[in-house]
Design a protein. Structure first.
Length: 195
């Protein structure tokens, strides 16, 4: 999402702006190493642009400064920004998942906007301690699947601008492994590695 200080209306316009004036584009985050920070670092790396990271103590102050024009943009999940996107105080250029969101179906993905392969999204899941017996993990997963299938839970999740993504414990383990490999490089390149 961009604020009033960024004239770009598309991902390609944003990339062109970043290449025209290296380092002038600023993006806020909830702090060094936060999702907002790393999503922006991945975008800059893949787009071949230099952007200036501005860390805040939390994503909400960063979002406020984007709306106020003090910081150019933020890479944020939908829940804390959806109301501002709909009211027009933030301009969403694209979404970081590989599929469009049913909440904003006209908003393209960054991937389909020309930055092929870009995927950055906030995912929540349940984990059990290592060594938890398989029958217990399966029982917990079955209960989670049942909850995610209920109309009440679907409605509550959608109201926050999120989408349920039920799956198996094996699929989630694979996803964690993939994400760990991907983001460890981004963390190192962005200088966000803990001392």
């Amino acid at each position: 999402m961009v604020g009033p200080s960024v004239p770009a209306r598309s991902v390609q316009e944003l990339i062109a702006l970043g290449k025209k004036e290296p380092g002038k584009l600023t993006y806020g985050s909830g702090g060094v190493g936060s999702g907002n920070h790393l999503f922006g670092a991945l975008f800059a790396s893949m787009a071949g642009v230099k952007m200036t990271h501005v860390p805040f103590r939390g994503a909400n102050p960063a979002i406020n400064d984007v709306m106020g024009g003090h910081v150019g943009m933020i890479f944020s999940s939908l829940p804390p920004t959806l109301g501002n996107i709909k009211s027009g105080t933030l301009r969403a250029l694209a979404i970081g998942s590989l599929q469009r969101s049913p909440i904003l179906p006209d908003l393209p993905t960054i991937d389909e906007s020309g930055l092929w392969g870009f995927e950055a999204q906030q995912v929540y899941g349940l984990l059990a301690p290592a060594g938890t017996p398989v029958p217990i993990v399966k029982r917990l997963n079955a209960a989670l699947q049942e909850a995610l299938a209920s109309d009440l839970v679907k409605t509550r999740i959608a109201a926050d601008g999120a989408e349920p993504a039920p799956g198996s414990p094996e699929h989630y383990t694979q996803d964690i492994d993939r994400e760990e490999s991907k983001w460890s490089k981004v963390v190192e390149d962005a200088g966000a590695k803990a001392p």
